[in-house]
Design a protein around this ligand. Structure first.
Ligand code: THU
Length: 134
């Protein structure tokens, strides 16, 4: 059932958030991607003392997906412990677009579940596409 699948993705994002390495911001984030084969890949944000060198939960999840052979994002759930609706940063929107489509669903969550679902094309209008891979 579709709702069960979304709830499972939310659970995976929330569980992933527990792995965040955030000694500097103290702002844990979790993300979970469902790929084209229905597999779930998770990630948390990982920070580095040289602050710009850290990276987001979505980026960790994308890395796990790619290393598992996944190349398509059907949907992604994002949760932050301290924000009711954590929207992906600009860089992550472009990374999600690399493997998503206009119809890829972005589920914005709080600690109780999905708060809002947005299409990726609404989240990244006019995103860069050099058509290098076409
Ligand atoms: N962060 C994410 O992991 N994902 C987002 O969508 C927004 C921001 C992280 C980056 C940094 O570790 C912390 O949240 C505070 O900005």
């Amino acid at each position: 059932m579709a709702d069960d699948a979304v709830n499972a993705l939310f659970d995976a994002a929330r569980d992933a958030m527990a792995h965040a390495h955030v000694p500097y911001s103290r702002f844990p984030v979790g993300a979970a991607i469902r790929d084209g084969e229905g597999r779930v890949h998770t990630g948390a944000n990982i920070e580095v003392v040289s602050f710009p060198e850290g990276w987001c939960a979505e980026t960790t999840a994308i890395g796990h997906m790619v290393m598992a052979g996944g190349r398509h994002i059907e949907e992604v759930a994002v949760i932050a412990e301290k924000l009711a609706k954590c929207t992906p940063c600009g860089g992550c929107r472009q990374r999600l677009a690399e493997f998503g489509t206009a119809e890829t669903k972005v589920h914005l969550c709080d600690e109780t579940g999905v708060v809002e679902t947005v299409r990726l094309s609404d989240m990244l209008p006019m995103g860069f596409d050099a058509e290098l891979s076409k």
